[in-house]
Design a protein around this ligand. Structure first.
Ligand code: SR1
Ligand code: MG
Length: 383
């Protein structure tokens, strides 16, 4: 069968033929609200399924931006890889098809997308600890330090994801720092953004972070770990959508989630204390889990003192990547509801804050000495 995008009717017929559904009526709804894919929720009696299918172009832009279908295969591989070490934090993969570019997943209707929940004023008390644990487990397990050189290179081979990496390389590290067509700059912010483009010292630091992104093949990353990629309840957390998965720098996913926790405070300043405490918890839990795992690091990485050096580098990378993500969500393609749904005057102020804070994080990342200092820097922005 060659690739065709599903409709609500054809997807039901397809999964029925595969034996997931009985004869008779099944309900199906396309619920995808992300930038790239179709997502179908199917229900029949007690049976509930999600079918996520990649489109051969970026939905957020249209057919003029073709995109590889292989990302669906990489996504389900990554979910299975993460499930090997952190099964609690990913949805069950029930099936997948490389040609039709879909994955069948356990339905998470009892969960909510964290960004959507935050916009409604919701809190997720376990989220930060779970994300920290997920990252401490998966980043260690897929690195040279745990897997050893041969196993690590074998895993890495499966995550060759050039087209999706190219999106990140352009949209996070390149386009926001020049007058690129993909940008989405509000007229009232033009002067602020032009000032950013003239900041040579900033651009050198962003270039260094981009070099790290393209050259540090440290561990298997999620690659797009924002609050729209996490489902949560009060007790549980499930990380979804790793179609951008690839081998990259340890600090990238950490930086992204910290940036999005910060963006959520721009939407809802009353949650500042809670969200900045979450930033602290994500880092501290990651560090604790990663250090505990490092007890079984293979030689010579278990050399005394090495893990301390490594964590210092991961920390400064994390801060730099958080800064790039803040800037990108204020001026680049794919804005976030945390900013875009604010009334105009507040929105412009918060976008200016994102530019200022992003710049400070990128430039000052090597002099931030502790997670407490980082939280002080993040919360210093007026909201
Ligand atoms: C063209 S894709 C735009 C953005 O959507 C995804 O969720 C990633 O964040 C990507 O950068
Ligand atoms: Mg996504």
């Amino acid at each position: 069968m060659s690739y065709q995008p599903f409709t609500e009717q054809t997807v039901v017929e397809h999964v029925r033929q595969l034996g997931y559904l009985q004869d008779g009526i099944a309900e199906c709804e396309e619920i995808g609200d992300g930038n790239l894919n179709l997502v179908f929720r199917i229900r029949q009696g007690e049976q509930r399924l999600i079918v996520k299918q990649a489109l051969p172009y970026a939905k957020v832009v249209g057919e003029s931006w073709p995109l590889t279908l292989e990302r669906a295969w990489i996504e389900q591989l990554a979910l299975r890889e993460f499930a090997n070490v952190a099964p609690r934090f990913v949805p069950d993969v029930l099936g997948s098809d490389r040609t039709l570019a879909y994955t069948i997943l356990e339905d998470l209707s009892d969960y909510e997308i964290v960004r959507t929940g935050y916009l409604k004023g919701e809190s997720y008390p376990e989220l930060a600890r779970h994300v920290g644990e997920f990252l401490g487990e998966t980043l260690f397990a897929t690195s040279d330090y745990a897997a050893g050189p041969i196993a690590k290179k074998r895993i890495e081979r499966d995550y060759y994801n050039p087209e999706l990496c190219d999106i990140t390389e352009k949209l996070i590290f390149t386009d926001p720092f020049k007058d690129a067509e993909s940008n989405n700059i509000e007229a009232a912010l033009r002067e602020d953004v032009e000032r950013l483009w003239q900041d040579q010292a900033l651009k050198v630091e962003v270039t260094k972070l981009k070099v790290g992104f393209v050259t540090k093949h440290e561990a298997l990353l999620h690659g797009d770990l924002h609050t729209g990629s996490i489902f949560a309840t009060q007790q549980e957390t499930k990380i979804i959508d790793p179609e951008f998965a690839f081998y990259g720098p340890f600090g990238f996913d950490l930086g992204q989630i910290i940036a999005h926790l910060t963006l959520s405070t721009f939407y809802d300043p009353f949650k500042r204390f809670e969200r900045f405490t979450d930033v602290l918890t994500v880092w501290e839990t990651f560090e604790k889990t990663f250090r505990a795992n490092f007890e079984r690091a293979v030689e010579p990485f278990n050399t005394d003192g090495f893990v301390d050096e490594l964590l210092r580098t991961i920390f400064s990378d994390t801060i730099g990547y958080a800064g790039c993500e803040l800037i990108r969500r204020a001026v680049g393609l794919a804005g976030v509801a945390d900013l875009e749904t604010l009334p105009e005057a507040t929105r412009l102020e918060r976008k200016r804050d994102a530019l200022a804070l992003g710049t400070a994080l990128i430039k000052e990342r090597h002099s931030v000495e502790s997670i407490d200092d980082l939280v002080t820097l993040l919360s210093g922005v007026r909201v």
